[in-house]
Design a protein. Sequence first.
Length: 78
Amino acid sequence: MPDATIHTAGPVLEQLGPVLYRAELPNGKIILAHLSKRLADAGRVFEPGERVVMELTPYDFDQARILGGEGEGPNGAG
């Protein structure tokens, strides 16, 4: 069975590319975060200061996958 992922929320600090962002974890650590395939395919863009839900693996706390905006529904609709 694969290890469970860790879900957390934090603000986007800046956009680095079409799918790459710099974001902050609740403990203040700055990480790289990329859009999930679903969000990238939908052309979703997050603005600095916008809070997002991120998924991290228990093995790497330096990068995360952005699953959506905080408070968005399961299909990415606000």
